[in-house]
Design a protein around this ligand. Structure first.
Ligand code: NAP
Length: 384
């Protein structure tokens, strides 16, 4: 139980006081169990249980008292983070007089720009990620890559340095399962709560609160934020398992499918052009049949017009396909369609001439044209 109303806290303290005097052995077990249930570790595995069950009881009390802090933290105000924090303040989950929004980003200017956009909201910018975590009960993280996440998590002024007992970390990035597990272990070892919560959706769904959260880890933390922060930022939240890793697995399945879809769609459009079909007409045909997808409808006309303004950068799409490919290998799953598409994305990402790594992942279309020998493709590639 993370969220405690005044009455619950009072009853809890009363219970602790009375049981401490009269029923210490029972109280220790009960409180330890309650506290230990807050973590994904079994309560007998928790280090402070092993050290002393009485200490666990005391720490349990401290945890609850700390939970009265309603500030919400957000680390990483990037393409996704900006929209997500916008939802937290516009839905009054944070940024109100009693629930400040505390933010940090490597490029500080993005925090300043965000604060300027919401002058009437209670937004505080910190100098380090550590300070954000120290100031808040719950901190969300939305960093780009495993490397970025590790740097921000493990540095001396980073996320982990700010974690103490009872702190809750929700990591929304798409990383490897091993990254999530490492963070979970480090946070829970310090008595904190961890939830992996990668998202399906892109820049616009982030801005409009239409993300889909794919969660695993602390169920207690999930229950606390499902109808709160997650609801403000998303249209659905799924909880897969108390074992961290299952959220990432789900996310990688979804994103690898999206990447292969866009690669296959791009090949279909390029082929259409090369065989003399109007690709806009083909988009219309696809959109009216059983294989229609919002991705095709949104991206198709832009791909043809060479408009690859980044909603989901190609370098991140490639990262996810590579992570999915590694995951499939480690589980011995056939994944050759994804792997072929991953190769296309990698070539696009590494192509210095095309220079599309930071553009939208739809720009894989340019690499498809570059690899095609058809007249339309040659014309398109040479017109740059
Ligand atoms: P982004 O804008 O490229 O970067 C997110 C944040 O990471 C930025 O705040 C950036 O700080 C920070 N960062 C990068 N390298 C860093 C480092 N070495 N040290 C400290 N901070 C660093 O990424 P995004 O598009 O928001 O995506 C965030 C995560 O969500 C990724 O894992 C991505 O795969 C996933 N995702 C993205 C989308 C999408 O459509 N964009 C959709 C679903 C999931 P600066 O501002 O200083 O660069």
């Amino acid at each position: 139980m993370i969220c405690f109303g005044k009455r619950t806290v009072l009853s809890f303290l009363l219970f602790e006081f009375v049981s401490g005097l009269l029923l210490l052995p029972v109280a220790e077990d009960t409180t330890t169990l309650r506290f230990a249930q807050s973590s994904s570790l079994s309560f007998r595995d928790r280090p402070f249980y092993r050290r002393s069950s009485r200490l666990a009881t005391i720490q349990g009390q401290r945890t609850i008292l700390k939970m009265s802090n309603d500030a919400v933290g957000f680390i990483g105000i990037g393409i996704m983070g900006e929209g997500m924090v916008g939802r937290l303040v516009s839905e009054d989950i944070a940024g109100t007089p009693d629930k400040p929004l505390i933010i940090w980003n490597r490029t500080r200017q993005k925090c300043v720009d965000f604060k300027d956009k919401f002058p009437d909201k209670n937004v505080e910018i910190k100098e380090t990620a550590k300070e954000v975590v120290e100031s808040c009960e719950i901190s969300y993280c939305m960093l780009s890559t495993p490397e970025a996440s590790k740097a921000v998590f493990e540095s001396k002024d980073g996320v982990l340095a700010g974690v103490t007992e009872g702190k809750a970390i929700v990591d929304c990035a798409t990383l490897a399962e091993s990254d999530m597990k490492r963070m979970n272990d480090a946070v829970t070892e310090k008595g904190g709560y961890f939830l992996e919560a990668p998202v399906s959706g892109s820049k616009v769904p982030a801005l409009t609160g239409q993300l889909i959260f794919l969660c695993a880890g602390s169920k207690e933390l999930f229950d606390k934020i499902e109808n709160n922060g997650l609801k403000a930022m998303g249209k659905a939240s799924h909880f897969f398992n108390t074992e961290v890793g299952f959220g990432t697995r789900a996310k990688l399945v979804v994103n690898s499918l999206m990447g292969t879809m866009v690669a296959a769609f791009g090949e279909g459009l390029a082929l259409s052009e090369n065989v003399g079909l109007d690709p806009m007409k083909i988009i219309e045909v696809i959109g009216s049949g059983a294989i229609q997808s919002p991705v095709f409808g949104l991206k198709g006309p832009k791909m043809i017009a060479k408009d690859h303004a980044a909603n989901f950068p190609l370098k991140h799409a490639h990262k996810d396909m590579k992570l999915a490919s590694d995951m499939a290998k480690s589980f011995g799953a056939e994944f050759s369609v994804n792997d072929k598409a991953e190769e296309l994305f990698r070539k696009a990402r590494e192509d210095k001439e095309l220079n599309v790594a930071d553009e939208d992942f739809s720009a894989v279309y340019e690499r498809i044209h570059k690899e095609s020998k058809g007249e339309s493709s040659k014309k398109r590639t040479n017109s740059d």
